[in-house]
Design a protein around this ligand. Structure first.
Ligand code: UDP
Ligand code: MG
Length: 308
């Protein structure tokens, strides 16, 4: 019998935890597999930890990694991965937006020797603004990352082999969702309908979504820098040609100097471009700083039922 580790980042999900747990247990009973459920309490401010503690006291296959403060979902996922010991690792959100039954489908693909299984939403009942922002983000990532699935993905499963390879890299992982695509294993994508959040509201607002998108892009590629360099060069050439044109027409054709407006337009444009490229560069510089400082990306305060 195989053991499935399910890692669940939790930030203020008190209302859904018990139902989620019950549904998961049903899934494992149905597929007749051993399991390990690891809740990572990412500094919740509501009663989430209490609820998890109660579940842990009844079932020693359920563990809780309590982080010392809110580090963010990505770090909670890394904490979960670090402590998981199963033959397969699957992540799922704590708010019941993704049906726990998805685990059965992911498991069925993993046992066929797929090292990576991604669950992508076929449709989503999010509002139009959120749909649009994730569409833009996914389109950019599709373009930048060769094997990034078209619709993106939220839930994934990986084999023990891949988990071990990631663990071997120690603290040196930034975003698990991208990391699992970087090892070169083919992945299998399955599709599901994602529900609208029934209870509570999303912990990601516009600015945290934007942050994540910028981070995903800067972590993945530096070709955008090359593009800026090229763009800067072309614009520089264009402005030189424009200067030459103005001088030529002034001296040889006698066209009067056409006034301030073109100068303002050109300087505004080049100034804007400069600041944009500098901003982009500083994103990468700060990325280098964060990645090279060997700080703990998350800090564990306590563990209930340490995963065996
Ligand atoms: N989450 C977390 N730390 C955070 C924010 C979110 O661990 O700082 C967890 C949250 O509990 C949930 C998952 O990440 O299990 C996804 O969060 P949410 O549902 O808010 O995101 P959305 O579904 O809107 O993308
Ligand atoms: Mg959600």
């Amino acid at each position: 019998m195989k053991k499935i580790s399910v890692i669940i980042p939790v930030y203020n999900n008190q209302q859904t935890l018990v139902e989620l747990y019950q549904k998961l247990v049903k899934v494992f009973a149905k597929i007749k597999q051993n399991y390990q459920i690891i809740f990572i309490d990412d500094g919740s401010k509501d009663q989430s930890y209490k609820r998890i503690k109660k579940i842990c006291s009844k079932n020693n296959k359920v563990s809780c990694i309590k982080l010392s403060k809110n580090f963010g979902q990505r770090f909670a996922l890394m904490a979960g991965l670090k402590y998981s010991t199963g033959d397969y690792l699957i992540n799922i959100d704590a708010d019941l937006q993704d049906p726990p039954e998805l685990i059965e489908k992911i498991f069925n693909e993993l046992r066929k020797n797929n090292h990576v299984v991604l669950a992508a939403r076929r449709s989503s009942s999010e509002n139009i603004f959120r749909k649009l922002s994730s569409l833009v983000q996914h389109r950019i990532l599709n373009y930048l990352i060769k094997n990034y699935p078209k619709q993106g993905f939220t839930v994934f499963g990986v084999s023990k082999k891949l988990v071990q390879e990631i663990k071997d890299r120690g603290n040196n992982i930034s975003l698990l969702q991208l990391e699992i695509l970087n090892y070169g294993y083919n992945y299998k994508t399955i599709y599901y309908e994602r529900d609208k959040r029934q209870i509570g509201k999303s912990q990601f607002n516009f600015s945290s979504r934007l942050n994540l998108a910028i981070e995903m892009i800067t972590l993945t590629t530096s070709s955008i820098l090359r593009f800026c360099l090229l763009l800067g060069f072309i614009l520089l050439l264009a402005s030189f040609s424009y200067i030459a044109f103005v001088i030529y027409t002034y001296f040889y054709i006698g066209t009067p100097f056409p006034g301030y407006s073109p100068i303002i337009i050109v300087s505004l444009f080049l100034g804007g471009l400069n600041i944009f490229v500098l901003g982009l560069l500083s994103e990468y510089v700060s990325l280098i700083l964060r990645e090279t400082r060997s700080y703990n990306k998350f800090n564990v305060q306590s563990i209930l039922n340490k995963p065996k």
